[in-house]
Structure formats: C-alpha cells, structure tokens
Ligand binder design. Sequence first.
Ligand SMILES: [Zn+2]
Length: 82
Amino acid sequence: MTKEYVCAACGATTARGYTVPMLVRTCEGCEEWGQFIRAGLLELADRVPDGDRPDDWGSLSGEERMQVAIEQGYVSISDLRA
Ligand SMILES: [Zn+2]
C-alpha cells in the first residue's frame, strides 16, 4: 500500500510504498532539499488550539507547526508512527 508524502515547503506530493513519518529528498516542485511529511500527519498539527498557537502560526511551514505540536504535547512520537 502506497503512502503519500507532502513537501513541507510547497505542498507537492510524492508516493512511496513504505510508511515513515517523513522523507528527506529534493522536491520536484520547489527544487528544495527538504522534508516531505506523510499525508495526514500535517493535519495533526491542527490539534494545537488557538490559544497555544504562536502569533506567527499562519506563516509557519507544516514542518514548523508539527514541531510546535510535538513540543506542546499535542502530538506524540507514537502518533507519528501510527
Ligand atoms: Zn517542494
């Protein structure tokens, strides 16, 4: 079963036949060497309630939002492995 991974910088997607939290690769979309986060994981960052979101939440990348969610305990490492 293939999994879809989303470029944290530009939202381009790629599919792989294995499941990991994220890939690090060169993106065809933005040509950046960066992180592709597994589709579905980015939505986990939405668990962070408005009151706990930094003021610049709207301008954070998916990767940075995930970092905040993990640091604040809304997303755990076991969520990333699921
Ligand atoms: Zn990209």
